[in-house]
Ligand binder design. Structure first.
Ligand code: ZN
Length: 441
């Protein structure tokens, strides 16, 4: 009987429950059950794409207590305090961007742990991103400041690759090998196991392997992956050796469509070592950035099946105002290069979540945190620009319509959660789902 009541309360409005004759004898109990089982927010009628479960169908998503409570057909509107008509929209897990720079506010001029970074909340939700990993802006010396100044204050879920350089990307110490301390980096990672997801080396210019080797050493000590921005490509340390021998399965080569990578042979074919490295388990990540994505590498590679495991932005002040713009724009580039939409979603949600060993993210499974993206696939004439100024003309573009983070609406482009102003008779804020209207006293 109790299971029957619980099931009914999930699928039927509370009023009809208590009106049922067989329930009248236990009226008091189902009333309290109804109050408990009612959903806070219901996203109704969207095209759900959840690569983790393989689901791709029109389905409703119900949220209660900041968690995904139900994903199925025909959840009645009366079961939820707030209903969003998602008809015509694509409903996916909140996007996961594993290459960003969000260590802002330090006052350092021209530095990625300073003026080149952006505060996450100002740029994530408007592009349907709910989780970011900062890619080495901070190092093992200044991570606590990053945690205090940004991570602990953001509504965006912020994780971090810790730079093997103690001072991080301050523009002064990235070539200083005395700053590259695997033991100190591993110790800091162990101190913040819920936030630090790996180690980063970036921008190294010297011909030695020191930066990569020290990051790998930290990775082994802390049992975490490393992310490599290969810096200056040197003949003394070939890229082929990096991905074929140095990197372990699960380690990440970011900027994987940068023009420096020897990707295509004289006949325009993707070189076999890249397929072999990916098959061995090395992760290839887009990391678009300001200067790290060119269509003359990406377009033939995608066409020939050498596809990045994860699509990420390398968000910073310069990239967001140039060709990169935001994650939905980078995803749209892949759509217009011929990648199927579910594949694009996979590489922007579940794959990056797995790469950073946070498999509770990038999914719409019942019980997980309600981080959800509502995307609109617009048709028209669009242009997409790469890092060397080349444009790809295309006819499809993903636009972020709504972002739900931890059950709260934090971006609502066209006011789907709102009512016509003529019908509004009071301040409409509801603390159960509304992250945009502050409650009034
Ligand atoms: Zn970067």
């Amino acid at each position: 009987m109790m299971r029957l009541l619980a099931n009914l309360s999930l699928t039927r409005p509370c009023v009809s429950l208590v009106n049922r004759g067989f329930l009248l004898s236990v009226l008091v109990f189902p009333l309290s059950l109804c109050a408990q089982e009612k959903y806070d927010l219901l996203l109704k009628g969207g095209e759900l794409i959840d690569p983790q479960s393989g689901a791709h169908a029109v389905m409703d998503v119900a949220i209660r207590d900041h968690k995904i409570a139900a994903v199925r057909n025909a959840i009645p509107t009366s079961a939820a305090g707030k209903v969003i008509n998602a008809t015509g929209l694509i409903v996916t897990p909140g996007l996961v961007d594993i290459h960003t720079h969000v260590y802002a506010g330090t006052g350092l001029r021209g530095a990625y742990d300073g003026d080149n970074s952006v505060y996450p909340d100002g740029f994530t939700f408007r592009s349907c991103v709910t989780t970011v990993a900062d890619a080495g802006s901070s190092g093992w010396k200044n991570f606590p400041d990053f945690q205090d100044r940004v991570i602990g204050r953001a509504k965006t879920r912020v994780l971090a690759f810790l730079n093997i350089v103690g001072a991080g990307m301050d523009g002064k110490h990235e070539q200083d090998i005395s700053e590259m301390d695997p033991a100190a980096a591993a110790a800091m990672a162990k101190k913040y196991p819920e936030v630090i997801v790996g180690f980063k080396t970036a921008h190294f210019e010297a011909p030695e392997w020191t930066a990569v080797d020290r990051a790998l050493e930290a990775g082994k000590l802390a049992n975490l992956p490393i992310m490599v921005d290969f810096g200056v490509f040197r003949p003394e340390r070939p890229y082929e050796e990096l991905v074929s021998r140095k990197l372990r399965p699960g380690d990440i080569s970011t900027h994987n469509y940068i023009d420096y990578i020897p990707m295509l042979d004289a006949n325009g074919k993707v070189r076999s070592y890249l397929f072999e490295a990916q098959k061995r388990g090395v992760i290839f990540d887009v990391g678009h950035g300001g200067g790290s994505f060119v269509f003359n590498q990406a377009a033939p590679a995608v066409q020939q099946g050498f596809v990045a495991n994860s699509i990420s932005t390398d968000l910073h002040v310069d990239s967001m105002n140039a060709g990169m713009k935001d994650l939905t724009n980078v995803m749209s580039k892949f759509l217009n290069m011929g990648m199927a939409l579910p594949d694009v979603i996979l590489r922007s949600t579940w794959n990056p979540a797995k790469e950073i060993h946070h498999e509770e993210l990038g999914t719409l499974s019942v019980g997980s945190a309600a981080d959800i993206a509502l995307l609109r696939l617009e048709k028209g004439n669009f242009g997409f620009v790469d890092s060397l100024g080349g444009r790809l003309d295309g006819h499809e573009k993903l636009v972020c319509e709504m972002t739900v983070r931890n059950g709260m609406i934090l971006w609502d482009l066209n006011g789907l959660s709102r009512i016509p102003w003529q019908q509004r008779t009071r301040h409409e804020a509801d603390p159960k789902w509304d992250g945009l209207l502050p409650a009034r006293r």
